[in-house]
Design a protein around this ligand. Structure first.
Ligand SMILES: Cc1cc2nc3c(=O)[nH]c(=O)nc-3n(C[C@H](O)[C@H](O)[C@H](O)COP(=O)(O)OP(=O)(O)OC[C@H]3O[C@@H](n4cnc5c(N)ncnc54)[C@H](O)[C@@H]3O)c2cc1C
Ligand SMILES: NC(=O)c1ccc[n+]([C@@H]2O[C@H](COP(=O)([O-])OP(=O)(O)OC[C@H]3O[C@@H](n4cnc5c(N)ncnc54)[C@H](OP(=O)(O)O)[C@@H]3O)[C@@H](O)[C@H]2O)c1
Length: 467
């Protein structure tokens, strides 16, 4: 990025000569936050800094934030096919809370930025000599800002390092007004005029192309504009909260009510904030299991993606999207042992890159033998083994089994559960379900859409969408 960025400013200047001649920079936002540094350093920063904020809401929280410990972890898959690593992680929360989760529930994990990202920002902000110094955040005296409010997600006392670590989303895409403010802290004339121009009405098209479409983050801006040296207070004013990340629970409370199991999909290159943070925790745990690795998390409210085990279910999971279904199946397995509940049938469609990356494949095959699963339909998109069959994606399996699937789906009580990416895959699965309906019911596109719509409004088409 750095090399590329050094060449980019002259290119932008060359290509935007017309706009640069005449543009009106956005109005400069009024600064309103004061950061006061003390001589002492913050003695204990072990707690996540958002926990020091009063009245901070947590999205969809069903419980307060609790502290868990990594109890077990394993790398489920680490190549060679695909560009992702799959990790399983068990968090023990002991007696921290008396809360019974449901299969299909999710937790929100409080995450931190990576040391690299923090160091990069620390090396680029004004007047922070001691990143561990205690700093007090307050509203600037006499600020002209109307109704100035301190952000809820930054504690009124902490340290620059702790704020950058736990509170601010350093990888958020900067808004135009933030660029306008950053221009005031940019020494180089050319860089400054590009920032001003990007913040202007005339620069909207360029802002969309250069920033939004390329998802350039605040960290990228620091690379692109090396003479930009903002203050910590400006970052507190403009950077959004580092949000907790949701993860699906992959186990049943019946097997162990004080533990949650998660399955993480981690991009090998350019992994994100939470996945880097969690991978580092797991790596430290695996290197030294005796040393406690803590994670702060909360249970999120149950939604419609709840296992209705007494009814028939068709489950469709992509890659690690099998996660909540492992919880469903473990739950059904436990209930089958108890023999007290009448249980519905369960069909599972699962799509993986190859046999080795198929998460808990042996367990799924066993579930087929024990009857927990009535049908298991696998597909492998990139497995070189010819024995794997011709099904590359879950849609291939759905199409070939369309008659049975539709017969099952159109029974009044059957629930369909889909767990996949929301932008592309879940839509393409819905499209395939529609095709199956058209083919099997010999109906029109509109009629098939109506069937899906009715399933949705009856709460029988359930999706867990990972965005
Ligand atoms: C309800 C719900 C349940 C979820 N359950 C799980 C779960 O059980 N397991 C799980 O791994 N994730 C799950 N996710 C996704 C998870 O919340 C994070 O979004 C994900 O781990 C990436 O977070 P990050 O902070 O590392 O990436 P960010 O820093 O937020 O984003 C970086 C970019 O990389 C993309 N990205 C990062 N990792 C991947 C990946 N592996 N595949 C595709 N794109 C990726 C992001 O979409 C984004 O565009 C769930 C999401 C939701 C909404
Ligand atoms: N946004 C996030 O932060 C985030 C994080 C983690 C996971 N996810 C999503 O969660 C799901 C599981 O991810 P993962 O990393 O575990 O698995 P993955 O490795 O991304 O994908 C597993 C399988 O999905 C197949 N696939 C790709 N596009 C498809 C489509 N349109 N329809 C059906 N199958 C398709 C892949 O086939 P090919 O080999 O042909 O590509 C591959 O076999 C995915 O939907 C992923 O995008 C999102």
């Amino acid at each position: 990025m750095v090399l590329e960025s050094l060449e980019e400013i002259p290119k932008i200047i060359q290509n935007s000569a017309d706009i640069l001649k005449k543009y009106t920079p956005a109005t400069l936002p009024v600064e309103y936050i004061n950061v006061n540094y003390q001589e002492d350093t913050l003695q204990d920063d072990s707690q996540h800094m958002q926990l020091k904020c009063s009245n901070l809401p947590y999205p969809f929280s069903a419980t307060p934030v609790i502290c868990g410990q990594i109890k077990d972890a394993q790398i489920l898959y680490d190549g060679p096919i695909g560009s992702k690593i799959f990790i399983e992680l068990t968090i023990d929360y002991g007696n921290e809370i008396d809360y019974r989760f449901n299969p299909g529930d999710t937790i929100g994990i409080l995450v931190s930025n990576s040391v690299n990202d923090i160091e990069k920002v620390l090396s680029k902000i004004l007047s922070v000599d001691t990143p561990e110094a205690i700093c007090d955040i307050s509203i600037k005296n006499g600020t002209a800002k109307k109704n100035p409010k301190l952000p809820q997600h930054v504690p009124i006392q902490s340290s620059p390092r702790a704020i950058l670590r736990d509170c601010l989303d350093l990888r958020s895409v900067p808004k135009k007004l933030f660029l306008r403010s950053l221009a005031e802290y940019t020494a180089d004339k050319d860089e400054k005029s590009v920032l001003l121009m990007l913040s202007s009405k005339e620069g909207t098209k360029l802002y969309n192309e250069l920033i939004l479409e390329k998802t350039r983050t605040f960290l990228d801006i620091l690379d692109l504009f090396p003479s930009c040296i903002p203050t910590l207070s400006l970052l507190i004013e403009h950077l959004p909260r580092l949000k907790p990340r949701p993860y699906s629970i992959a186990n049943s409370p019946l097997s162990d009510p004080s533990k949650v199991k998660l399955i993480l999909s981690v991009l090998i290159e350019n992994s994100g904030v939470a996945t880097s943070f969690l991978t580092e925790k797991v790596t430290s745990f695996l290197e030294n299991p005796e040393k406690t690795q803590q994670l702060s998390f909360y249970f999120r409210e149950s939604n419609q993606f709840r296992f209705d085990y007494e009814k028939d279910s068709i489950l469709i999971g992509i890659g690690c999207g099998i996660s909540p279904f492992l919880g469903f199946l473990e739950h059904k397995d436990e209930l089958m042992k108890e023999k007290t509940t009448k249980l519905g049938s369960t069909w599972l469609f699962v799509g993986s890159t190859c046999q080795d990356s198929a998460v808990h494949r042996d367990e799924l095959l066993d579930y087929q033998i024990t009857g927990v699963l009535d049908h298991l339909y696998e597909s492998f998109s990139r497995d070189p083994d010819p024995e794997c069959g011709e099904f590359k994606h879950v849609q291939d399996q759905l199409r070939i089994n369309a008659l049975e699937v539709v017969e099952q789906l159109t029974k009044k009580d059957t629930n369909l559960y889909v767990c996949a990416d929301g932008t592309k895959i879940s839509k393409s699965i819905e499209e395939c379900i529609k095709e199956c309906l058209m083919m099997s019911l010999e109906c029109s596109d509109e009629e098939a859409i109506l069937v899906i719509k009715e399933m949705r409004s009856a709460g029988r088409y359930k999706e867990d969408i990972w965005v």
